[in-house]
Design a protein around this ligand. Structure first.
Ligand SMILES: C[S@@+](CC[C@H](N)C(=O)[O-])C[C@H]1O[C@@H](n2cnc3c(N)ncnc32)[C@H](O)[C@@H]1O
Length: 245
């Protein structure tokens, strides 16, 4: 029997959401971000029939449920910081959405650095979306993610030092990036390429970056709102990278 929509809505409103997720026709979770607008930029394959997908740092699970919706045979979602209760959120949203959607996504509370094929298996496609810049040791994190990737990694991350043409990683003091104590690093594109190749990916494709106009708009906003010189923010951006074994 379908749950009563008003009871469902009431339970939904009691949760502090990160992702907006349509959990029933016309019923969207009141998340801070709308991940649906990122899907096209990630170039997630339309048809995931038969694929095993791992979503690393899933939080409320939008991308895990999206992979399942696109036909993936098996989807595993891992998270630790938020799901363990130490982070900005909890697992309540993921559990609620999973139930409301009748989903079979498998949640596993696990640290990125604990990823190990002997514990969790290997996956045709691994999603590593907006987690890398939280890592104190990005190269090691990419190595662990590579160890559980059978074929393709889809990586999305904040970048920095985009004006430097050799591999380089910016490190942040606590709270320096977006006043977020947990943002530690911003690699540039050459650094991402080096780390991914070193971790065993043969082919690395940068499939998306922030446009200059968007970076300028953000730099002006941050200068006005937080007093951060625009030259500093202009070096920053984001990237979507596909890496293949
Ligand atoms: C910015 S959110 C991104 C959520 C989602 N992947 C997305 O792109 O919308 C970062 C997520 O990574 C998780 N995370 C941070 N550090 C982690 C770690 N060491 N191991 C596992 N998950 C981690 C956080 O709990 C959070 O859910």
């Amino acid at each position: 029997m379908l749950p009563d929509p008003s009871a469902l809505r009431q339970r939904m409103m009691e949760i502090d959401w990160f992702h907006r997720i349509e959990i029933a026709p016309g019923m969207v979770t009141p998340g801070k971000i709308d991940p649906a607008i990122r899907v096209a930029g990630l170039r997630l394959p339309e048809d995931l029939t038969g694929q095993h997908v791992l979503d690393v740092g899933a939080w409320d699970g939008f991308f895990s449920f999206e992979a399942e919706r696109r036909g993936a045979d098996r989807v595993v979602a891992i998270d630790s910081f938020c799901w363990s209760g130490d982070g900005w959120g909890s697992r309540a949203g993921f559990d609620f959405a999973r139930q409301a959607l009748g989903s079979h996504v498998e949640p596993v509370e696990m640290e990125v650095l604990d990823l190990d094929p002997a514990r969790i298996g290997r996956f045709d496609i691994v999603l590593f979306l907006n987690v890398l810049y939280h890592m104190r040791n990005p190269a090691l994190a990419i190595e662990r993610v590579a160890s559980v990737t059978r074929r393709q990694l889809i990586l999305e991350t904040h970048t920095d030092l985009n004006d430097v043409d050799v591999p380089a990683v910016a490190l942040y003091r606590p709270g320096e990036l977006w006043q977020d104590e947990t943002s530690y690093c911003g690699p540039n594109l050459p650094a991402l390429e080096v780390m991914l190749h070193d971790a065993g990916f043969d082919r690395v494709e940068i499939v998306g970056t922030a446009s200059k106009a968007r970076r300028m708009a953000r730099a002006l906003l941050h200068e006005r709102e937080y007093g951060i010189p625009r030259e500093r923010t202009l070096r920053q951006g984001w990237a979507v990278v596909h890496a293949y074994k």
